[in-house]
Design a protein around this ligand. Structure first.
Ligand SMILES: O=C(O)CCC(=O)C(=O)O
Length: 317
């Protein structure tokens, strides 16, 4: 982000709030952060253009994807390079950096398709600290952090009462381990237009209601995780790496690990730096160790190795 952009975003921040927010939160506006914090989800309207929506629908129509009947799921990622581009949508990544920090990764994706004849639905599920605590929502030192985060791209309009994605706003902060019934007045079904993007934390209690509208429901869901964990078994994802078209996409498809970066300072057997350097997130200056310190460490390493070699030579003479 350039300095001018930073200044513009900084002016959008309410002066009273400035002191509580870490600089990285500038990638979302204060009212957006407030809404997400309050509800556990937020809708970005008109996120994809109508021609993008049309293009995606055409790809899916042509592919005649197989729909799993219980939840209406289908697999779409390998169908087109376009879906990899969407995984790395720059605006989505900016928002995810606020929610997950810089060291995050793409975890998995599914498509959903339902019509009024299908039985597909998902009971109310997820919520705070579910699934081995991988669903969490936390603020510390003016920084938001989430476990698994999901991005839904709506490919059709969703009107009141249509069904589909439902949630209990605010439940990502509840103190009770309790699921209200799907017909409870607490369960809300957000209305969407084709091209809207809804992003939610899995700490939010949510589900999927049976689709009732005349038109078909279609949505793409991309899941992202903190860089150190995988929700989906990475073995089932690693082949997608071969389909990534640039370094950013490869970065997002990397396996999970904490990224302490100590291994950077060592050469591998071929005398090259560890390829872990490739996983450095696109803004290197944000990483705990910059590439300057990497170079210094490398030089230090060389000097120490040479000194040790000389000492051994001296002793053996
Ligand atoms: O969008 C939907 O219908 C529900 C999605 C959902 O529950 C999930 O991805 O966990």
């Amino acid at each position: 982000m350039n300095a001018l952009m930073e200044d513009i975003r900084a002016t959008e921040i309410n002066e009273d709030c400035k002191h509580v927010l870490n600089k990285e939160t500038l990638n979302m506006k204060i009212d957006e952060i407030y809404e997400f914090d309050l509800n556990g989800y937020i809708v970005y309207r008109n996120f994809l253009s109508q021609s993008d929506v049309q293009k995606i629908n055409n790809i899916l129509d042509d592919a005649k994807v197989k729909i799993e009947p219980k939840m209406g799921k289908f697999s779409f990622l390998p169908l087109s390079p376009y879906f990899f581009d969407l995984m790395a949508h720059p605006k989505t990544l900016e928002i995810l950096r606020v929610m997950l920090g810089d060291w995050f990764r793409f975890d998995h994706a599914i498509g959903l398709e339902m019509d009024k004849t299908s039985k597909a639905c998902q009971p109310i599920h997820a919520g705070l600290l579910k699934e081995q605590r991988s669903f969490f929502y936390q603020w510390i030192h003016g920084q938001m952090r989430n476990g698994l985060v999901k991005v839904i791209y709506a490919l059709n309009d969703v009107n009141p009462g249509d069904g589909g994605f439902v949630c209990i706003p605010g439940s990502h902060k509840t103190n009770l381990d309790y699921y209200p019934k799907i017909n409870s007045h607490l369960v809300v079904q957000p209305t969407l237009k084709a091209g809207d993007m809804l992003i939610f934390t899995e700490a939010l209690v949510h589900g999927s209601k049976k689709w009732t509208a005349e038109n078909r429901r279609r949505a793409l869901i991309y899941s992202y995780a903190p860089g150190y964990f995988a929700w989906k078994n990475y073995d089932s994802m690693k082949d997608y790496l071969k389909l990534a078209s640039d370094q950013l996409q490869k970065d997002l498809l990397r396996p999970p690990y904490v990224g302490g970066f100590d291994e950077f300072v060592f050469e591998n057997a071929e005398g090259h730096l560890s390829t872990d350097a490739n996983w450095a997130w696109y803004n290197h200056s944000r990483l705990p160790h910059s590439f300057d310190s990497l170079l210094i460490a490398k030089i230090k390493n060389r000097i120490i190795t040479n000194v040790i070699k000389k000492i051994i030579k001296l002793i053996s003479n």
